[in-house]
Design a protein around this ligand. Sequence first.
Ligand SMILES: C[S@@+](CC[C@H](N)C(=O)[O-])C[C@H]1O[C@@H](n2cnc3c(N)ncnc32)[C@H](O)[C@@H]1O
Length: 254
Amino acid sequence: MAWNPETYNQFKSDRFRPFYDLLELVKVKPGMEVIDLGCGTGELTRKLADSLPDSTVLGIDSSEEMLRDSLAFANNRVRFEQRTIEEQVGLDGKYDLVFSNAAVQWVDDHETLFPNIISMLKPGGQLLIQMPDQHHNISNRMLNRLAEKEPFRTALQGWTRTSPVLDIDQYARILFEQRSRVMNVFEKIYPLVLQDSNALFDWVSGTALIPYTEKLDGEIRDEFISEYRRLLQEKFEKPPVFYPFKRIILEATF
Ligand SMILES: C[S@@+](CC[C@H](N)C(=O)[O-])C[C@H]1O[C@@H](n2cnc3c(N)ncnc32)[C@H](O)[C@@H]1O
């Protein structure tokens, strides 16, 4: 998927907020070995490392574009590698902390993925994951509904993005089945207050819109974008736009 760090970084402070919530849940120990799955530009990976004394942190991400500037955040305790999460879970490394902010929602089949991610932990290790609750976020639902309408349905060959994100009670069950007895599983609303519906469009274009627009070309792509803008305008007609963005946070030790 073609990520664009400039578009993504447009809403840095809003996008960083859940990261700081995750950071507060870290059970800090000296000399931890940490992995950040889907680390993006690496800026938050570095902040994570800076808050963990003597720890080493590996950030992995599938996107060359997102990793382009990560060298600036690397040091003797922080390094980055281009790799998918699916590839990483098949490797040998074991970690004290497996961390992931706003990335695993891009990987399918969480019933299989989560046990695989948890198997990357050392005994006593901690899992800390944040992801948007895509089933309940209206901007995602509007995208799916638009893709199901003609002429987009034909242009997309019937494709719509099926979110792999489960309900929080399903994650709690998976954590229990993987032998976690200490867990913190919750949803939180991150209120977005945006200037108008165009700003909301810009927010979505940094993430959820990408898989749709990269499957369309030329006129039909432009039409999809302007129809989505129009629908957002209709739904959020009065500025400022208040958008309650719902996210899932999972914290567990094993
Ligand atoms: C919304 S960004 C979050 C980046 C960073 N964690 C942050 O909080 O700023 C999602 C990231 O997940 C990465 N990603 C998506 N699918 C992935 C996969 N299968 N394996 C590794 N990274 C993936 C993208 O390249 C992107 O950098």
